[in-house]
Design a protein around this ligand. Structure first.
Ligand code: FES
Length: 162
């Protein structure tokens, strides 16, 4: 699909600003992709092209990194990405029931995004907070010791963002 010229220019300006803040060396690629993705939790084709140009890195390499790490997505996602830990400690302490509660509350299945592009539900591996399993991360915020009963309260934290 063609991208309007005005939109492409604004993507270019934004990517150039982020690259100049982080440096154009390949070591900065992960941070640059993180910052570029921050506006809508996903990396569009136009953004990947501009990152490759601005950092003088082959597009195939940029795309490879963007698709290798689960923190990045080249598919549209919601403004809030709910990452549910599926590693063993969370699994045995009730992650499955927590997943069921999120799916029921949001009306979507794991891997899907709500129609209003507000929430995306994804699996993740260990978040490093096994002491409070089962745990999830919503954007940069961690929630632990979850039960299905606590899910409406967790989602209520995002009610004001309408
Ligand atoms: S196993 Fe879930 S946070 Fe470590």
């Amino acid at each position: 699909m063609a991208i309007p010229k005005e939109q492409l220019e604004s993507v270019e300006e934004r990517v150039l600003r982020i690259v100049s803040q982080n440096g154009a060396k390949e070591d900065s690629l992960l941070q640059v992709l993180h910052d570029v993705q921050a506006d809508d939790n996903s990396l569009s084709e136009a953004e990947l092209i501009q990152v490759a140009r601005a950092m003088d890195i082959p597009l195939s390499r940029v795309y490879g990194v963007a698709t290798f790490y689960s923190l990045y997505s080249v598919h549209p996602r919601g403004r809030f990405v709910i990452r549910v830990c599926e590693s063993a400690p969370c699994h045995i302490t009730g992650a499955r029931a927590v997943i069921g509660a999120f799916e029921e509350a949001l009306g979507i299945k794991m891997g899907e995004t709500t129609k209003d592009r507000k929430f995306t539900l994804e699996y993740t591996s260990c978040l490093g907070v096994c002491g409070v399993a089962p745990a999830v991360m919503i954007n940069d915020r961690v929630y632990g010791n979850l039960t299905p009963q606590k899910i409406p309260e967790v989602l209520a934290d995002y009610d004001e963002d309408e």
